[in-house]
Write a protein that binds this ligand. Structure first.
Ligand code: SF4
Length: 474
């Protein structure tokens, strides 16, 4: 079986706070609307019921799953919806108890009654959700699964993937790290060059360029917004935004008026080890504070872990290489995306399946590999950097307090970013011939660990910090 996963599948622009619990259900609602249109019943619908199961139900309130399905049912696109409109749309649905289905037909919708949080898990995947549309004389039901990183599947489709060999159109179909390394050796190319050839089989060079730069500009803007926003995050935990104060202390009284000027300003600041640690942490905090406040982020590979990759790329741009520009940005994102796709194929990027090792662990591995290539690492060292980063995240649980993507999530991104930089440096100092743990082995170990992990540590908020810390005490 060969599965084609593009860099643009791994790095998606969306809305926080969660790729599996917000972006996925939102996309599922959009797909349900499409089905209703194909069935010619969209205009006849008089009521919609939504059922959330398993992890989507247990942490759905904190992850804004209920809001995401409502927004999806209105036909809004998470990639383009103006963030400032979200609160207004939700408030209007709540107040009027009416929902503009696909933006076309007003139907009665009471979120308390029409979104049902079921505690049971569907057998196929822990993030199941169903929509039922009622017309005057019929009903139509459809079930989806949010499998991490904003990916949504139906059971029959997933089974079809298992049964049939999917024909991959990439010139270099890659299922694991060994295959990727083989291509780099045979073709005498870097990992990013191999990935670029694959992407060119699906898109024009202009489109690859513009979309990668759109992803980077969204990341940069997200860091900028996060560093310039103060206050308390929503949700009831009373978590104070920290990027703002940290950023103020680091940048001082410098003048700038947009994200690019800001980047140039940071390049001129003092960079002793402590400042570097603080800058990297500040970038990661900023992204995840924006994510926690339902802002626009790039899923990389998930929303909960969205801060690691921007923080490490920004580190390279403002600390390591002041000449770095579009070429390096694209190179970094292509390597990161490819490493993420290998984890998705060999294990999972869903915390509901594998705990936080699948989110922060994978994002750290993606960032470590990408940084290693930019710092001159040969392909075997790049893969080693990913391996080192994941090796030291194995077994990490997912236990968000109150089901909110805030504690431990926001801080954890800073740890993932710093580990990624360390992993890249270790790999650059190591002869790959001496490596004892190949990347594919660590991916397999991660998957076995995921399967052994108790359900309470897999995005259910039924174990770990989520039960040790009382919401009321926060
Ligand atoms: S603990 Fe990790 S996996 Fe769980 S929601 Fe937070 S960032 Fe995501």
């Amino acid at each position: 079986m060969e599965e084609c996963i593009s860099v643009f599948d791994m790095l998606k622009i969306g809305v926080g706070p969660s790729s599996s619990h917000t972006l996925g259900p939102w996309r599922g609602a959009e797909r349900f609307l499409k089905e209703l249109r194909e069935e010619n019943i969209l205009g006849k619908v008089i009521r919609i019921k939504v059922d959330l199961f398993g992890s989507l139900s247990l942490t759905g309130k904190g992850h804004a799953t209920d809001l995401a399905v409502m927004l999806g049912l209105t036909g809004a696109d998470p990639e383009y919806i103006p963030i400032e409109n979200i609160d207004k749309i939700i408030a209007e649905i709540k107040k009027s108890k009416q929902l503009p289905l696909a933006g076309e037909t007003m139907i009665p919708f009471d979120m308390e009654a029409d979104i049902v949080f079921n505690k049971n898990f569907l057998p196929f995947h822990s993030n199941g959700f169903s929509f039922t549309a009622y017309t005057a004389d019929s009903e139509y039901e459809s079930t989806f699964y949010s499998i991490g990183g904003g990916f949504v599947v139906k059971e029959e489709r997933a089974n079809a993937i298992k049964k049939e060999a999917i024909k991959c159109a990439f010139p270099f179909p890659i299922q694991n790290a060994v295959e990727l390394l083989d291509y780099t050796i045979k073709e005498n190319k870097s990992i990013s060059e191999i990935v670029y050839e694959n992407e060119k089989s699906m898109r024009t060079e202009e489109n690859i360029h513009s979309e990668l730069m759109r992803i980077w500009n969204t990341m940069l803007e997200c860091m900028y917004i996060g560093c310039h926003s103060e206050g308390i995050l929503p949700g009831g935990l009373n978590v104070r935004r920290r990027a703002f104060d940290m950023h103020q202390n680091l940048i001082g009284l410098a003048n700038y008026s947009n994200p690019q000027e800001w980047l140039e300003t940071i390049r001129k600041t003092e960079v002793k080890f402590r400042q570097i640690l603080k800058w990297v942490s500040c970038f990661a905090l900023a992204v995840n504070e924006v994510n926690a406040s339902l802002g626009r982020v790039v899923t990389a590979p998930t929303n909960g872990s969205a801060g690691v990759i921007p923080a490490v790329l920004m580190y390279y741009m403002v600390i390591e290489n002041h000449q770095a520009g579009e070429k390096e940005i694209k190179q970094f994102l292509m390597v990161a995306g490819e490493i993420g796709s290998i984890f998705k194929k060999g294990a999972t990027i869903s915390a509901a399946m594998g705990g936080c090792q699948a989110e922060i662990g994978v994002s750290s591995a993606m960032a470590a590999a990408a940084l290693c290539e930019l710092m001159g690492g040969e392909p075997a060292q790049v893969l080693m950097a990913a391996e080192i980063a994941m090796e030291h995240h194995l077994g990490m649980t997912c236990d968000p307090i109150g089901g909110l993507v805030q504690i431990p999530c926001i801080e954890r991104n800073t740890m993932g970013a710093i580990k990624a930089i360390n992993a890249a440096e270790l790999a650059l100092e190591t002869d790959p011939k001496n490596a004892k743990v190949p990347l594919d082995k660590v991916i397999n170990t991660m998957w076995e660990t995921a399967k052994d992990m108790n359900t309470k540590y897999k995005e259910t908020s039924e174990g770990g910090l989520a039960i040790s810390v009382n919401m009321a005490d926060c």
